[in-house]
Design a binder for this molecule. Structure first.
Ligand code: SIN
Ligand code: MN
Length: 286
């Protein structure tokens, strides 16, 4: 998928782009089956909602599942990131968020780059987020809210770090984010730029900038809102050493260029069924 000049211009101006109908029904079905399989795994990469035993997020699904490993190499996800970052990219992180029916919780307002620069020593916001919709996303099931154009301002000084990081035992993935944006800054940005909720059918893709201010409300609908976020990072944007680096499945420190698949994602014999189910590497406590 090669972006046209107008699309590149739109991304630079608004900080996001939306594309309906990129992945086919059977591809989404296969990714959903893998999501269910991984959701049942009791591994550190799987983070539960505070209330109950619902899955909030699964990190590193591209390392856990062969099929998700193929998704991050699929040119429909990879090529726009390579184009926008003008060169080779590595997968800094993947995050699969099923947002469960009725109880899937809020993701507070934030800019991803503020987290990654503080927690991981990321030097520059040379990242493209590729969000693939694995369910229909409506106004009811907790869509992504974005503030178009907000990526032009890095709100570092308006964001307070509230508590210690992943090593403290209270991990940083709960609904109550570790770095909190001040309300005044949010109000200022909304006044200036307005608000958009990104809705669309399953199989859609949203690309967005790591400084785009975004959030999502709870899921109050009786159906899932599953999305996977692939964070492609330019290979020269290598994380600085940190005294307590986060586990590799949260913040990859090996800038290995991702090579595009040269066959369809589902080409390998029954790709969904062919997953090895192997245990993920580098399992660590939060
Ligand atoms: C995120 O911002 O990292 C997740 C947002 C969402 O799943 O809605
Ligand atoms: Mn985010």
């Amino acid at each position: 998928m090669r972006l046209g000049d107008d699309q590149v211009k739109g991304y630079l101006q608004d900080g996001y782009l939306f594309f309906p109908g990129i992945f086919a029904e059977e591809e989404i079905d296969a990714l959903q089956a893998e999501t269910r399989r991984m959701s049942a795994m009791d591994i550190p990469q799987r983070v539960l909602e505070e209330e109950g035993d619902l899955v909030r997020t699964i990190y590193g699904s591209h390392d856990i599942s062969d099929l998700f490993g193929r998704l991050v190499r699929d040119p429909r996800a990879l090529e726009p990131a390579r184009q926008l970052l003008d060169g080779d990219v590595y997968v800094f992180q993947t995050k699969l968020n099923p947002k469960a029916p009725i109880r899937g919780d809020v993701w507070e307002w934030h800019q991803d780059f503020v987290y990654w620069s503080r927690d991981d020593g990321m030097p520059r916001p040379d990242v493209v987020n590729v969000a693939v919709f694995l369910d229909d996303v409506t106004e009811f099931n907790g869509p992504l809210f974005v503030i178009p154009g907000s990526h032009h301002s890095v709100l570092d000084e308006d964001t307070m770090t509230l508590r210690e990081g992943w090593w403290s035992g209270r991990h940083a993935h709960t609904a109550d984010g570790r770095h909190k944006l001040e309300r005044e800054a949010l109000a200022r940005m909304v006044d200036r730029h307005g608000l958009v909720s990104v809705t669309g059918r399953r199989g859609s893709v949203c690309l967005f900038h790591p400084c785009l201010l975004h959030a999502s409300p709870p899921n109050l609908a009786p159906y899932f809102r599953t999305m996977i976020f692939i964070r492609y990072c330019g290979v020269t944007n290598v994380l600085k050493p940190m005294s307590r680096p986060r586990p590799e499945w949260l913040a990859c420190r090996r800038p290995l260029p991702v090579r595009p698949l040269d066959e369809p994602m589902l080409a390998v014999a029954a790709a969904a069924g062919s997953s090895t189910g192997r245990a993920p590497n580098g399992a660590m406590d939060h």
